[in-house]
Design a binder for this molecule. Structure first.
Ligand code: PMT
Length: 409
């Protein structure tokens, strides 16, 4: 889950450092935007260290990783949290101004917005601020009520930024509420058909070790697989998530059991061990088709200018499952293609004896590997017309795949 944290210029800006740290520890990906005034109170460095990301401090930073940064950040966010939010920021938000990066992202994002006002009591109670807060509430902005106590200016009253654990608690309960909503929607849409079903999902890339320090890896961060596992769990299934080499945080749902399998051979064994009583398998993993013929148990020393690795074919896990599949078991594959998407995907559907295949064009920048979004075409073995799923978040695509899977039961 992605949180954009906006930090505005109040004395409580220092608490936003702890908020960043707690959000990261809770498993959120965090990008921080600081206003110019916020940088008068605290520097970007601790935010960068704790979030592991470059801190956005201006509209005019030289940005190499994102093309139009305010739109990229607005799209990336699952939640925009502004803590602390000054009276000035709240006023600008209320009238829809966009005169710096934070207000511009606020205007551009479709993500829910949560604001934690923090200021002097009189400024907070001023009719202008109260009207602005009321207007933001009317527009659906979530307001974390300020705490009361001794303020930095010496006054006693409301206006303190609540402590970081409270703010992070609000963020977590927002996502819990949202996930429960998604879950009950999924269970409804699936007519409860997946409740209690055993579904194996694979995620990430498998690796081919060369020696104790080197390996060849298939590209895949595991986002699509983890999203699929979470959607299946959300629909009430008991999920076995078999992970290869992944970079995404592992899910914590109680009905997802995690199994680690780094090489193709390990993944084959792990999947086969679970397959006999499984109702469905969804293979999103990018499985390495080849492994190194002669693994070196010692680190290979750097000598010659070039050296050749001989590769041998790995087993095809899905093909193996396709051969073993019993009536009632449903097999779903993914096809990662860079050309002839329909032709190659249909061939895999047929050759691996699948029920349907989710084909994605991995040459696109906004889809496939390591992106938050994906676009796909589903091809069915029962002769149904292919279905197009235009670009959307991987979570949404996963939900659609799980709804289609439920139709088989
Ligand atoms: O993890 P992300 O960064 O979010 O990226 C998601 C993704 C791009 C990895 C995912 O959407 C995807 O396309 N997964 C399939 C990757 C792949 O290996 O595709 P393929 O066309 O090479 O293989 C076809 C199918 O056979 C796949 O379901 C694959 O899991 C399976 N396979 C492939 C080779 C092999 N030896 N055994 C297999 O079971």
């Amino acid at each position: 889950m992605n949180v954009v944290l906006g930090v505005t210029g109040g004395i409580a800006a220092y608490k936003a450092v702890e908020i960043t740290s707690r959000l990261k520890k809770a498993g959120f990906a965090v990008r921080v935007i600081m206003t110019r005034a916020a940088q008068e109170f605290v520097t970007p460095r601790p935010f960068a260290e704790l979030s592991g990301e470059r801190v956005v401090t201006s509209m005019w930073d030289d940005c190499t990783e994102r093309h139009v940064e305010h739109i990229a950040l607005a799209d990336w966010a699952d939640l925009l949290l502004v803590a602390p939010a000054t009276a000035n920021f709240i006023a600008k938000a209320a009238v829809g101004m966009a005169d710096d990066m934070l207000t511009t992202v606020l205007l551009a994002t479709k993500a829910p917005v949560m604001i934690a006002p923090a200021m002097n009591t009189d400024m907070l109670n001023n009719v202008a601020t109260q009207k602005n807060i009321a207007l933001l509430k009317e527009r659906g902005v979530m307001i974390i009520e300020p705490a009361a106590g001794v303020l930095a200016c010496g006054a006693v009253g409301a206006g303190r930024l609540p402590e970081p654990p409270t703010i992070v608690g609000e963020v977590k309960s927002f996502f819990d509420r949202r996930d429960n909503g998604v879950r009950s929607e999924l269970i409804n849409d699936c007519n409860g058909k997946l409740a209690g079903k055993k579904i194996i999902v694979t995620a990430g890339g498998t690796i081919a070790p060369i020696d104790p320090v080197r390996f060849i890896a298939n590209r895949s961060g595991g986002k699509m697989g983890v999203a699929t596992a979470r959607a299946a769990a959300g629909a009430g299934a008991n999920v076995v998530l078999v992970t290869g080499n992944i970079t995404v945080a592992l899910p914590t749902e109680p009905n997802i059991r995690l199994v680690s399998a780094l090489t193709t051979d390990d993944m084959l064994k792990a999947v086969l061990a679970e397959f006999a009583n499984a109702d469905a398998v969804i293979m999103t993993a990018a499985v390495a088709d080849y492994r190194v013929k002669d693994y070196s148990p010692q680190k290979i020393k750097k000598k010659a200018n070039s050296f050749t690795l001989e590769l041998v074919k790995n087993p095809d896990i899905l093909r193996e499952l396709g051969q073993q599949k019993q009536p009632g078991q449903i097999l779903v594959g993914f096809a990662a293609e860079t050309e002839n998407l329909a032709e190659y995907a249909k061939r895999k559907l047929d050759e691996k004896n699948l029920d349907f295949i989710v084909a994605n064009d991995v040459s696109r920048k906004d889809a496939g590997f390591d992106t938050d979004t994906n676009a796909a075409v589903i091809f069915y073995a029962d002769g149904r017309a292919p279905e197009d799923f235009p670009l959307d978040s991987k979570d949404k695509l996963a939900g659609r795949i799980i709804r289609r899977l439920a139709e088989f039961f």
